[in-house]
Design a binder for this molecule. Structure first.
Ligand code: SF4
Length: 283
């Protein structure tokens, strides 16, 4: 990426976890492209490597954010921000110059350098990382992300170091400081999910808020595959997860001592699919 501000969309989003979206929603800034390239990505229109989005000036970005903040829960999420961290910091600083201090949410896939996370102390209030893989071979095959678990663990340790293990909320239940770790359960890969929960329990804390997601749905490009396709070896990704798979992960969640967070309904894969070709991708 170059040093300009590339934006995919700036929208009010009501579909995040309750302390992030609240009733009114969070203002989400979606950056284009992604430092991982997951074959099952639901946001492929904007996250595919090389996607550039629209170049906007810092004033245009801040104007768009400030337009939406009053109708939101006064929180601002940056989605896939890893490769735009410097631009993100400039945006937050410009907003503060203009007198706006929304809660800053850093919505990342977890594939981060801990140095990057350290550089964001005092900028980010709420960390919203994924922890996708305990199996590093899988991370290479499915997301082009070598040594994923080591990078994610170090980055998450730094987040916990800064924000602690308690999620601080205001009187409306909106997160103002802390960390929520997301994990998407993938079909046929229960042991990867169990490994993720174990890594969090052993290396971070079972007191953290976990958001377990069952919403995986095979994207068109996986469903359309044929024997010659680059995804021919990932047949297991052609279906949603089964109820049995999800229950195995839920059981591990409880057995390992986790008590905080959100457990998505098993049926979520039937309803949750953003469409970034629409003006309002989540409606
Ligand atoms: S990390 Fe998320 S946004 Fe990036 S490619 Fe993977 S699923 Fe898509």
């Amino acid at each position: 990426m170059d040093d300009r501000i590339h934006i995919s969309s700036i929208v009010l989003h009501r579909g995040e976890e309750p302390p992030i979206s609240g009733e009114k929603g969070v203002v989400n800034v979606f950056f284009p492209s992604c430092n991982m390239q997951c074959v099952y990505c639901q946001n492929w229109e904007i996250s595919c490597r090389g996607t550039k989005g629209t170049v906007m000036s810092i004033d245009e970005v801040c104007d768009a954010i400030i337009n939406l903040l009053p109708v939101s829960e006064n929180n601002l999420g940056f989605v896939s921000p890893t490769h735009f961290v410097l631009q993100m910091i400039s945006i937050v600083e410009e907003l503060r110059k203009r007198g706006f201090y929304p809660t800053i949410v850093y919505n990342t896939n977890g594939y981060e350098l801990s140095e990057t996370i350290r550089s964001l102390e005092g900028i980010v209030d709420v960390w919203l990382p994924d922890f996708k893989y305990s199996d590093d071979d899988l991370a290479v095959v499915l997301s082009e992300a070598p040594n994923y678990s080591q990078f994610a663990l170090k980055a998450l340790k730094e987040m916990v170091h800064q924000a602690g293990t308690t999620l601080h909320t205001d009187d409306r239940g909106i997160a103002r400081r802390g960390i929520i770790i997301r994990h998407l359960v993938l079909p046929g890969l229960v042991s990867n999910s169990l490994g993720v929960l174990k890594l969090i329990e052993e290396n971070l804390s079972p007191n953290l808020h976990i958001s377990l997601m069952s919403q995986y749905y095979p994207p068109e490009r996986i469903l359309m595959q044929n024997r010659k396709s680059q995804f021919a070896n990932q047949k297991f990704l052609r279906r949603p997860i089964t109820r049995t798979e999800y229950e195995a992960v839920l059981e591990a969640f409880h057995t390992l001592g986790f008590t905080r967070g959100w457990l998505q309904q098993y049926e979520s894969h039937q309803t949750y699919r953003p469409d970034f070709s629409k003006e309002h991708p989540f409606e």
